[in-house]
Design a protein around this ligand. Structure first.
Ligand SMILES: Cc1cc2nc3c(=O)[nH]c(=O)nc-3n(C[C@H](O)[C@H](O)[C@H](O)COP(=O)(O)O)c2cc1C
Length: 259
């Protein structure tokens, strides 16, 4: 089983490609959290993977909190692994996942990373479009390597070199951005794409305008990245910065990748 969380489709792309090669099933962590479901049945010989983006130097809080609470019914020392993807600065992501697993009595032992185009739209740095395909081609090779390691049940945890405290502080600081005002300006056409992409159901359309419930927001920035008129911003940091959605993603919360 591959449990995934995705804001703009990169993690879903990876989860789907891995599932095809491993002949495995994919399950959305956001769907389970929305339903308040933390108990999942697993078969004794089934490997269990977590696929997710790095959000501010760490796994998304929704993923960490899920891992701390999850109960795998039928768990018998199943092989557990983690696959994060990011734009190049993971910091202490693997360590957080490892410790979250330990809190739930789970030994996550395979740790893998994939470099992906960045969707961190509060930042100005961005890949030119021609580079996006280059990254995706490279990521397919990386996924093939990870699949081969998962089949061999590789255990490879290595302590990150970064300062845990510095990274912890950076995560808390960056996640504060989430509390900034959710701004919807007059160019909003009420298309609802922001609500469609929001897997945590934090956005609802009210009177043809999106309204965000901050408590449910995972700060994946899918909403800002998908808005066709750039009407939607979180604070003033996202305005005018280039958007990114994985080109194979259909932009729906229970989205599919048209691979
Ligand atoms: C709020 C936010 C914070 C992010 N922080 C980081 C980071 O600290 N390091 C990094 O390399 N990428 C960071 N990213 C980029 C994502 O990890 C990357 O684009 C990922 O592939 C997105 O996956 P998704 O499409 O499944 O959401 C961040 C993205 C967002 C939205």
């Amino acid at each position: 089983m591959i449990l995934y969380f995705s804001g703009t489709g990169n993690s879903l792309y990876i989860a789907k490609k891995m599932a095809e090669k491993l002949n495995d099933r994919i399950v959305s962590i956001a769907d389970l959290v929305n339903k308040g479901q933390h108990k999942i049945s697993v078969k004794a010989d089934e490997s269990i993977g977590f696929v997710y983006p790095v959000i501010a130097c760490a796994p998304p809080d929704i993923v960490t909190n899920f891992v701390k609470k999850v109960v795998f019914d039928g768990y018998d020392n199943n092989y557990l692994y983690s696959v994060y993807n990011c734009a190049g600065s993971p910091e202490y992501t693997s360590r957080i996942m490892k410790e979250a697993g330990e809190k739930a009595g789970l030994k996550i032992c395979g740790f893998f990373d994939v470099l992906m185009p960045g969707n961190y739209i509060t930042q100005k740095r961005h890949l030119p479009p021609e580079k996006v395909q280059e990254y995706l081609d490279h990521c397919d090779e990386r996924i093939a390597q990870i699949v081969s390691d998962v089949e061999k049940q590789v255990c490879n945890y290595k302590k990150e070199k970064h300062s845990f405290l510095l990274s912890y502080g950076l995560h808390k600081l960056a996640v504060l951005e989430k509390t900034e005002k959710f701004i919807v300006d007059d160019t909003c056409v009420g298309c609802g794409k922001c609500a469609d992409i929001c897997s945590t159901q934090a956005i609802t359309m009210q009177g043809k305008k999106p309204v965000r419930e901050e408590k449910r927001c995972a700060f994946c920035l899918g909403c800002v990245n998908v808005c066709p008129t750039r009407a939607l911003n979180v604070g003033n940091k996202t305005q005018g910065n280039p958007q990114y959605i994985n080109p194979y993603y259909d932009g729906k919360a229970r989205g599919v990748c048209q691979l």
